[in-house]
Design a binder for this molecule. Sequence first.
Ligand SMILES: *[C@@H]1O[C@H](CO)[C@@H](O)[C@H](O)[C@H]1NC(C)=O
Length: 168
Amino acid sequence: MALTRILGLSVLAAALIPISVFGSISENAVEDEPETGHKFHDPTEIVAKALLCFNDKYIYINCEESYRLNESGDLNVPFDKTDAYCNGPCLDETHLVLDCIDNILTNFLFYNKATIQDIRDTIQAGCGTGSERGKFNVAEHLKAEANNANQIVVGPGLMVILGLGVLL
Ligand SMILES: *[C@@H]1O[C@H](CO)[C@@H](O)[C@H](O)[C@H]1NC(C)=O
């Protein structure tokens, strides 16, 4: 009885030691973060880098300025310009901008709370042959989608953390 008890305790102790060591290591890591901050990209730096995609002169070349997507997340394509937008250079260049952002921060959120995928979906619907053709209002598209499906709502903070998780 006594032996099994001692054995049991030592197993327990053996299991706890790595946990407590690990615990203190991670505590130190958290405390040390400001000093080792340069090792990790800080979020504002990443967002700033992603924002450069909108002004990249090698991406936006032929797309007319007023149709260019920027950080606002709005696609300002008038209904009667649908063919020009969907068959012209803007479509490709907008997807290149989205790829550029996606490569830096997958969970990038536009000012209107749209995700990269939301913008892609809106463009696909707006340039599609269905009833949504010519409708490039991202907010309206989001509302329509939210009504169609139950969506998991994740706060912007978690988006940034998830985005960092992808990068690290
Ligand atoms: C984004 O583009 C729209 C026009 O499409 C413009 O009104 C708005 O000021 C731009 N926003 C930024 C932050 O450049």
